[in-house]
Design a protein around this ligand. Structure first.
Ligand code: DON
Length: 563
């Protein structure tokens, strides 16, 4: 059983640690702090808090909150996220699940018309598209359970950025232009994020006074500042006025969940990643375990990519059938990660030809035999780490702001399967396991991940919808080959997600020669948007006693190492 091997790996790891240190697994200090995030102001917020004596978790609160202010198109207090944490003192590793939940009035057919057709915009625009936010609860939990500083101190940079404003960059300008029409439908959102109804000019100051007050309320009152009282009442009233279904009870009932990470090994690397309701850890564990059956380093580039694509295809197939919120459906993790099952899947890969996704089927029979969203990574000198992937889903989420609160609503409800085998915004299909139900969390692809060997620790993650998983997986392969963060974030990217049955790749993601050869093997190829992903990564190399960090050249982020 794969699961057993996983536990054994974890145990032998601890055992090695005990042997080496001849005592309980002592926390090892890193030679430097490091922060990598998608925005320079958020990175600065993290560094500020570390320099004030905060630990990596206080810094994670500061960076998350700041990202929610200065990258409103990516994440925010009206959204959610996953924070993977490693506490050096006792080696505890856990994922804080601050994913949005479906409101109590949500139901399986809520985004379908009378003919049972999915109404595309209904799960994407306006407050009906929004799940109950988990971001504020995630930050309160991180600060209370893992941080050292008061929440008020860690939230101070975000409050400052909201009050004093941040400057529009070319990226903000470009992204706001994509959704300006939708933002204009909701004047409270347009008033904040556009300038006279148009995408703001570069350098324009975006001030969010109401949001500053909302964050202050969280700083003062914790959960009560957001999930109960005047701000909650205002959000519910505004949501209802515009066709939403949130209730005060929904907000009051929101809880973060601490979940055990998915832990597995690929060659010498121990990989700690996001469990359901993220699909990231399981899909990556399946794909990498399939790949472990082959000697990738002995293959030509084309063969290597063909095998990676075929492994992704098979893992994403299982995602579409089996994965969903583990509090609602029984995710058969043991069977999905079972060694013989994955060996069987590896055997179905034809070295010379693409396997059409259709012939893999989409029923459970196989098992019976056998640019939005954001990320940051933090490491402190005590060896604590956090990897956070945060989201409002697509650009500016639902494009709806509850007037007077500054809270921009997510449109994470689109991550549910609105109808069996009907693709969502990322072309992903799903089944019963990811059907909408009150209180349920939509299946996610967000994959904050730690990569570990006795000598090296990597902290990594990225936005990118379904492609998050393949990006993190390509970084994990590069880590296993000895690559550095600068290389992981710069890798040329390609992806397969079972359906649609095509190899997606970014501009220059595959060379002309590789495209010709892969097409010759029967792969349908599709170049998508010029570039995708915005990876933020840190590496602590213990043999060199050195910390590296890198921010994706595709974005405008900043990575720093503070010695
Ligand atoms: O949770 C998920 O999988 C999505 N809501 C993430 C969205 C995303 O990464 C958008 N990025 N371009």
């Amino acid at each position: 059983m794969k699961e057993k091997r996983i536990t054994t790996t974890a145990v032998s790891w601890l055992f090695a640690c005990v042997l080496i240190s001849a005592g309980p697994c002592r926390a090892e200090g890193a030679p430097a702090h490091a922060v990598a995030s998608a925005h320079p102001l958020a990175t600065a917020a993290g560094v500020e808090i570390l320099q004030e004596g905060g630990n990596a978790f206080d810094a994670a609160v500061a960076v998350s909150a700041a990202l929610g202010v200065v990258e409103p198109f990516s994440s925010g207090f009206g959204g959610g996220g996953f924070w993977l944490v490693h506490r050096a003192a006792d080696g505890k590793q856990v994922m804080i699940d601050g994913r949005e939940t479906a409101p109590a009035l949500a139901h399986e057919r809520m985004y379908r018309d009378a003919q049972d057709n999915v109404i595309r915009d209904a799960s994407l625009k306006g407050p009906l598209a929004a799940g109950i936010p988990g971001m504020p609860a995630g930050l309160v939990h991180l600060a209370e359970e893992y941080g050292r500083l008061p929440l008020r101190q860690s939230l101070a940079p975000a409050i400052r950025y909201a009050e004093q404003g941040f400057k529009v960059t070319s990226r903000y300008h470009r992204l706001s232009a994509y959704v300006a029409d939708t933002l204009r439908q909701y004047p409270a959102a347009a008033g904040i994020f556009l300038q006279d109804g148009k995408p703001p000019r570069i350098g324009h100051l975006v001030r969010q006074e109401a949001l500053a007050k909302t964050i202050e309320a969280i700083a003062e009152k914790g959960l009560d500042g957001f999930y109960r009282g005047p701000i909650a009442e205002r959000m519910v009233r505004e949501a209802r006025k515009h066709g939403g279904i949130w209730s005060l009870q929904d907000l009051d009932a929101y809880r973060v969940v601490e979940r055990e990470p998915v832990v597995f090994s690929y060659r010498d690397t121990r990989i700690v990643s996001a469990p359901p309701p993220s699909s990231g850890g399981i899909v990556m564990a399946q794909a990498l375990s399939i790949l472990e059956q082959f000697d990738l380093n002995d293959m030509s580039n084309v063969q290597r990519k063909h095998h990676i694509i075929e492994a992704m295809r098979r893992a994403f197939r299982d995602r579409s059938v089996f994965l969903g919120d583990p509090d609602f459906v029984n995710v058969p993790t043991d069977r999905l990660l079972d060694e013989s099952y994955l060996e069987g899947l590896a055997l179905t890969i034809d070295a010379a030809n693409a396997t059409p996704s259709d012939i893999l089927g989409n029923g459970p029979t196989l098992l019976q035999v056998g640019t939005q969203t954001t990320h940051f990574s933090v490491l402190d000198k005590e060896g604590n780490r956090a990897a956070g992937t945060l989201s409002v889903n697509t650009l500016f989420g639902a494009c709806f702001v509850a007037e007077g609160t500054g809270v921009l609503f997510n449109n994470e409800m689109d991550d549910f399967s609105a109808k069996r085998n009907t693709p969502n915004a990322y072309g992903l299909i799903g089944d019963e396991a990811n059907a909408i139900a009150p209180g349920k969390r939509p299946l996610s692809s967000m994959t904050p991940t730690f990569l570990e060997t006795p000598d090296r620790v990597g902290i990594v993650g990225t936005p990118g919808g379904s492609r998050i998983i393949s990006m993190v997986m390509l970084a994990a392969l590069d880590f296993a080959d000895g690559g550095l963060p600068q290389s992981w974030v710069s890798l040329r990217r390609f992806h397969h997600q079972y359906q649609p049955d095509q190899v997606q790749f970014e501009l220059h993601g595959l060379t002309k020669f590789e495209r010709q050869r892969l097409a010759g093997m029967g792969h349908e190829l599709r170049e998508i948007s010029r570039r995708y992903g915005n990876m933020q990564a840190i590496l602590w190399d213990k043999t060199e006693d050195r910390v590296y960090s890198a921010s994706d050249p595709r974005g405008e982020g900043q990575a720093v190492v503070v010695e």
